[in-house]
Design a protein around this ligand. Structure first.
Ligand SMILES: O=C(O)c1ccccc1N[C@@H]1O[C@H](COP(=O)(O)O)[C@@H](O)[C@H]1O
Length: 240
């Protein structure tokens, strides 16, 4: 069985590394500069960084320059999310040298464009499936975007390489991952799944790691790291 990949998260709002509760704008807790956070995870042994431009996701601006500068200092793989919705934003994201991008809103609102970029860029494109129950959310998780399994079937048929599955109601809450959701999504697709939302403990990571045989490839870890529930070194050891 393959080892669970860990992706520490750096979410950026107004130039700061922040954590939100259930993705709600206005619930930010700041944790210093994005570069300091990213370097801390890189120096602690991260193989991946999950980097989110929250302003771009919410439509309140962007943090492109910070992301460009930060990316120059990363020698680990970066997955970049937030506001990637057209050719220009996709080109800017890929120009940072990131390993892959996550599309959210675009996958719900612009299916033809998403099918086109999946065909053009292959596994550089992942889709973030951000859900409440089985209903997808877009536009900073404020709009409803259809049924999870219908959209998943459409994206699968278009060759989408990977899905990042977030239970919105667990994100930033430290209440544990939604293992049932992860199992259900893995049963519905052959493509790898990255788990997001709710991780609070090393046991949560061990529980997600039991799903690697079903298709869970990685887990995003945010608030638990920022609130020192465990260290990244401990997390990497726990899933090794
Ligand atoms: O990560 C978050 O906390 C988050 C909160 C609210 C909205 C989006 C969030 N993150 C990721 O951003 C992309 C969606 O951006 P877009 O819709 O493509 O502009 C997606 O990967 C979310 O998981």
């Amino acid at each position: 069985m393959s080892r669970l990949e860990l992706l520490p998260a750096v979410d950026i709002r107004n130039g700061q590394a922040v954590r939100l509760v259930k993705g709600a704008s206005g619930t930010e807790t700041s944790f210093g500069t994005p570069l300091a956070a990213a370097l801390a995870w890189q120096n602690a042994g991260a193989e991946w960084l999950h980097l989110v431009d929250l302003d771009a996701a919410f439509g309140t601006g962007d943090n492109r320059e910070i992301i460009r500068e930060l990316s120059e200092q990363m020698n680990i793989k970066v997955e970049l999310s937030g506001g990637i919705r057209d050719d220009a934003s996709l080109a800017a994201a890929l120009a940072t040298g990131c390993r892959r991008v996550n599309l959210g809103t675009a996958a719900l609102e612009q299916p033809e464009w998403v099918a086109k970029v999946i065909a053009e860029h292959g596994d550089k494109i992942a889709v973030g499936l951000d859900v409440v129950g089985t209903t997808l959310r877009g536009r900073g998780w404020t709009s409803e975007g259809g049924d999870l399994y219908e959209v998943l079937a459409r994206l699968d048929s278009e060759g989408c390489a990977r899905y990042v599955v977030t239970d919105v109601n667990r994100d930033g809450t430290l209440t544990g991952p939604n293992l049932e959701l992860l199992r259900n999504v893995c049963a519905a697709t052959d493509k790898p799944v990255v788990a997001s939302g709710g991780v609070s403990s090393l046991d949560d990571l061990r529980a997600i790691a039991t799903l690697t045989g079903e298709g869970v490839e990685g887990a995003i870890v945010g608030k638990a790291l920022y609130e020192s529930k465990f260290t990244l070194e401990e997390a990497l050891e726990a899933v090794s």
